[in-house]
Design a protein around this ligand. Structure first.
Ligand code: N01
Length: 559
């Protein structure tokens, strides 16, 4: 039995409540832009179009509140793996100065409060329409307008269509036989009930040990009577070492915001720290160990910045991987669990590396069991629990921490039809094909914020979002000044860019992992194409700036 998944499913029946889009239904005059999604990216895009360009723009948002990812992902332990002083907007000095984060890694409620504060502070709600799921968008070549239809049947037209739907917002719920028969309650972490879930006294199962599972498992273990973790692929994880921020650090972050922003925009991953300029493979064993030890004590994603060859050289990577394995073996007391957790089949950080708060320690609790799905796979879900090849595990609650149909899932749920009547689903049948992750040939005036082919998920996302939104805003401003109506990526430019994205991935160990969501391998039937641009954020910014300076090279602009 599945209960109250607050996020409307794709197949949600037609709504019977009053149509919220009618509040803004003066649709006779086309808007300048429609933005889909009111998370970090959609809200900033609205701000830029409205405040910088004075345009009429409207955000259509499926949720009942703003916040995007942070509106939906309310699972226990949900917090950000980027440090708080970097996981925020940098476009407004006043906003930087007035907002105070409480912890090194903010929890979901605090990030959601921040995004609500932004919505209020900049009066964004006036142009955000909640409870409005976009169903389709069609480019009308004759009028040179996008015609956007909502699930409630409202129709909007706009010159520009900008998707701000998030990279990780389409839940991946595995198609496990028997799920309908489950007598308990089940939840996906990305569609968590707003009223929360009470685990006390319950026998809980968690499927999935990615970043989400690793955050949720320690918190659920504390509440539940018993927790069974179903692990398919063992994962590395670095301690987050989360802590309240000191007054000194808060002051430092505000006083040095320009420098922090510069650091984020001039490095590989848009984090506020640099990758050390040294090679693990060329460092003495004793020195290397003490560097890893110091990074382990400090905690956080900085661990992967200890050396600059970790994602380039398998031997170098193995030094980090072995260090972490030793830590797992030293932490987990039960040798069987320790073996299952430390037998990891991919290089460190070649899949997105999680960070945690007492994840491996959780397996020392007497109420936590671990099942190795590689040895004993799930056969089906039963009325009473989960049947693996080794037997049935009885459960009251089952949690799917099974990730997302990443990067393309949310875009392809919308029926988007370009100028030749071809849909994005058709265009991307063999995998996403974009120019710079910003545009797809055949879809004029459609921009995808942090779309596939951009650094996006390989980055700390807020700086990547700000860069994309600024580029799009400048581009629209340019068109307006030049009295141009349309911009569209060229076929050649998109083909070349896909090659560039593949080459960038193939130059790293990222492309070697065949079962990662970066490649779409977690969703059955999804074409396996490396989706994010792995050439580095700073390099990507340079490329985008060069394209602009070269008169929007690779795009066709027209009246
Ligand atoms: O999802 P995942 P996630 N049977 O896809 C397993 C971001 N994020 O939600 O590895 C059994 O990484 C799957 O196993 P395998 C971050 O970018 C950010 O954890 O495919 N198991 C894996 O263990 C992250 O990378 C923050 O073999 C199945 C797990 O489920 C991204 O979100 C916080 C299965 C899925 O791991 C996604 O993370 C949290 C099946 N049929 C997440 N299907 C921030 O800090 C899947 N699995 C901002």
């Amino acid at each position: 039995m599945k209960i109250d998944q607050t996020q409307p499913a794709q197949t949600q029946p037609a709504q019977t409540q009053p149509d919220p889009s009618l509040r803004h239904s003066d649709n006779s005059v086309p808007l300048d832009a429609i933005i889909i999604g009111a998370g970090f990216s959609g809200m900033y895009q609205l701000y830029c179009l409205r405040e910088r360009l004075g345009m009429r723009a409207r955000v259509l948002e499926a949720g009942h509140g703003v916040g995007g990812t942070w509106f939906w992902n309310r699972y226990p332990g949900a917090r950000c793996d980027s440090e708080s002083h970097s996981y925020m907007y940098y476009f407004s000095k006043d906003l930087i100065d007035e907002w105070e984060w409480s912890e090194r890694y903010p929890q979901q409620p605090e990030i959601l409060r921040y995004l609500n504060h932004v919505a209020d502070r900049f009066h964004l709600r006036d142009d955000i329409q909640l409870d409005t799921r976009v169903q389709s968008a069609r480019f009308d070549a004759h009028q040179q307008l996008w015609v956007v239809t909502t699930q409630q049947g409202a129709v909007f037209t706009a010159r520009f269509l900008i998707t701000a739907v998030g990279c990780l917002s389409s839940a991946n719920i595995p198609n496990m036989p028997g799920l309908d028969s489950f007598g308990g309650n089940w939840f996906h972490t990305g569609q968590w009930p707003h009223e929360g879930v009470d685990f006390s006294g319950q026998r809980v199962g968690v499927i999935g040990t990615g970043s989400t599972g690793i955050q949720a498992i320690p918190v659920i273990a504390e509440q539940a009577a018993h927790l069974t973790v179903f692990q398919r692929t063992a994962n590395y994880s670095i301690p987050a070492r989360n802590a309240p921020l000191t007054p000194e650090f808060k002051q430092y972050a505000k006083q040095n915001s320009d420098e922090i922003r510069y650091t984020m925009n001039s490095n590989t991953n848009a984090h506020p720290f640099r990758i050390a300029d040294r090679r693990a493979a060329q460092t003495e064993e004793a020195d290397r160990q003490s560097i890893y030890e110091a990074a382990w004590k400090k905690g956080g994603l900085q661990f992967r910045a200890t050396f600059d060859d970790l994602l380039l050289d398998e031997a170098a990577n193995a030094t980090a991987a072995n260090f972490i394995r030793e830590k797992i073996l030293a932490t987990v007391a039960d040798p069987v669990k320790a073996e299952i957790l430390s037998t990891i089949d991919h290089p460190f950080a070649a899949k997105r590396p999680p960070i945690d708060s007492f994840y491996f320690e959780t397996y020392n609790r007497t109420n936590v069991d671990l099942i190795d799905l590689r040895a004993t796979p799930i056969e089906r879900i039963t009325e009473r629990g989960v049947q693996t090849s080794a037997g049935e595990v009885e459960l009251d609650i089952l949690v799917f921490a099974t990730g997302f149909d990443a990067m393309t899932g949310s875009l392809l749920k919308i029926q988007i039809e370009g100028k030749n009547g071809r849909t994005l689903q058709e265009e991307w049948r063999a995998g996403p094909r974009t120019y710079l992750g910003l545009q797809t040939p055949g879809f004029p005036n459609l921009f995808t914020i942090t779309g596939p082919g951009s650094p996006s998920v390989l980055c700390n996302l807020p700086p990547a979002i700000e860069q994309h939104v600024n580029w799009i805003t400048d581009c629209i401003d340019h068109l307006r000044r030049e009295n141009l109506n349309l911009i569209e990526a060229n076929e050649d430019a998109a083909n070349d860019w896909v090659e560039e994205v593949n080459a960038a991935a193939n130059a790293t160990l990222l492309a070697k992992v065949k079962h990662s969501w970066y490649l779409g391998a977690n969703v059955p039937g999804k074409p396996q194409v490396f989706m994010p641009y792995a050439g580095g954020f700073a390099r990507y910014i340079d490329i985008c700036n060069r394209v602009t300076a070269n008169h929007y090279e690779g795009f066709t602009r027209s009246r």
